[in-house]
Design a protein around this ligand. Structure first.
Ligand code: HEM
Length: 400
């Protein structure tokens, strides 16, 4: 079970290529099978690389298992964050509001135009640059967010110079900016309820406190930021490895553009035609494993398929292990978007988790990535200049 206190944490958290499960899991699975015991940072832990057990854990949220994120993540996200809240009724209430906000935004008449505009302005900002280092560009949106995210991969030592302390401070700064915006909106009574999702849903909501409202906004910013920017980087990375997929994708987007006037923004009809694009995004999520695992804890003694999980033990369903399982996917480490023509593939890929905590931003993330690809492919040529691999940094992945 490894070293005192840290246990097997070093092995488990060692970075590795995103399209492999890494040496630690590989060795343990071949020695003990797909479900095994470990000891990570002071907690006895069950690690599951088994599809059925993973689905069972996610489906039994609130009944047999609950969310159980480690201290740095809890401190940085805050106790009101959707991912952290364990009380079933409170989670339902906050989730209803967050899902309502995402849906309301997605159904506004200018929603697609706004995403389209964002993609076009991003491409405009690159104009004149001979070389764009993609992974850097995708992450350079907000300095506070970078500091915030760095805290997730840190040891929780609260000294002014540690990434953890800086991240907690960055969270405080972002929260106070959001609080200010909420207050300003409260005072602008004249515009409330006139079609703006924030005004219609958040400002009218009396059942939650202002602190919870700020936390909802923070959740959406954080969960949408790290994951979507990671997905865009991975798309560029995997497409650079697969010229055939890149060409097929380009053909799809050229065909869509041919039927439009110069500068006309994309619409739902265009999005529906992006069939190969959807396959590329799904395959990128399978190979890229943005969220490698989620954190859970057994709240009762659990027996499933002959496994016994004692109450109070940490449980880590490894989503990526199922994505890369050779008995479920042919040549699992190969980036092959065409495998998605087989409907069985989607049953064995769960990049957005499942059960009552299924990612509420999955469709939005995919739509943003599709529009981004459209403008990237029509405006830029890419060239691989370093033979880097897509590396998995474990804790960031857990941030969702
Ligand atoms: C695009 C790539 C994305 C991936 C791979 C992803 C993945 C995930 C996963 C695996 C979870 C489950 C965490 C758990 O069970 O503990 C999750 C939850 C969540 N995601 Fe996403 N996500 C993505 C994009 C987004 C976007 C764009 C948003 C919002 C705008 C979002 C908002 C959330 C929220 C609020 C939760 C917490 C749900 C809950 O606990 O009920 N995600 N995400």
């Amino acid at each position: 079970m490894g070293f005192p206190f840290v246990g097997e944490a070093f092995g488990f958290f060692t970075p590795h290529k995103s399209f492999s499960i890494g040496n630690f899991l590989q060795q343990r699975c071949s020695r003990y099978g797909k479900v095994f015991k470990s000891y990570i940072f002071g907690s006895p832990t069950i690690i599951s690389c088994d599809l059925e057990l993973n689905k069972f854990i996610l489906q039994k949220e609130g009944k047999l298992f609950q969310s159980s994120y480690p201290k740095p993540i809890r401190d940085i996200l805050g106790n009101h964050s959707l991912m952290i809240v364990t009380d079933v009724e409170r989670h339902k209430k906050l989730r209803r509001i967050e899902v309502g906000l995402i849906n309301k935004f997605s159904s506004t008449s200018n929603f697609l135009c706004e995403i389209d505009k964002l993609c076009v302005s991003l491409m405009e900002s690159w104009r004149g640059n001979q070389l764009i280092l993609f992974s850097k560009q995708a992450k350079q949106l907000l300095q506070d967010f970078l500091t915030f995210m760095e805290g997730f991969v840190s040891i929780p030592i609260n000294l002014p110079w540690t990434p953890y302390a800086k991240a907690v401070k960055a969270r405080r700064r972002i929260s106070s900016t959001l609080k200010q915006i909420l207050n300003e909106r409260k005072n602008r009574k004249d515009v409330q309820g006139k079609g703006d999702p924030f005004d219609e849903i958040l400002m009218k909501e009396d059942l939650i406190s202002d602190v919870e409202k700020v936390s909802i906004l923070l959740d959406l910013l954080l969960a949408g930021y790290e994951t979507t920017s990671g997905l865009l980087s991975l798309l560029v990375y995997f497409l650079a490895q697969s010229p055939q997929a890149l060409q097929t994708l380009k053909d799809e987007h050229l065909a869509i553009r041919r039927n439009k006037k110069e500068g006309e923004p994309l619409n739902w009809e265009d999005y529906k035609q992006m069939e190969f694009t959807t396959m590329v995004i799904n395959e990128t999520l399978r190979c890229g494993n943005l969220v490698k695992f989620v954190h859970r804890e057994a709240i009762k003694d659990v027996k499933f398929k002959g496994y016994h999980i004692p109450a109070g033990w940490k449980v880590l369903p490894i989503l990526s292990a199922v994505h890369l399982e050779p008995s479920l996917h042919e040549n699992p480490s190969e980036f092959n978007p065409w495998r998605w023509t087989d409907p069985a593939t989607s049953k064995n890929v769960v990049p957005f988790g499942g059960g009552s905590r299924l990612c509420p931003g999955s469709e939005l993330g995919k739509l943003e990535a599709s529009f981004f690809l459209h403008y990237l492919l029509l405006n830029y040529r890419s060239r691989k200049i370093v033979s880097a691999a897509a590396i998995h940094r474990q804790e960031v992945s857990a941030s969702a």
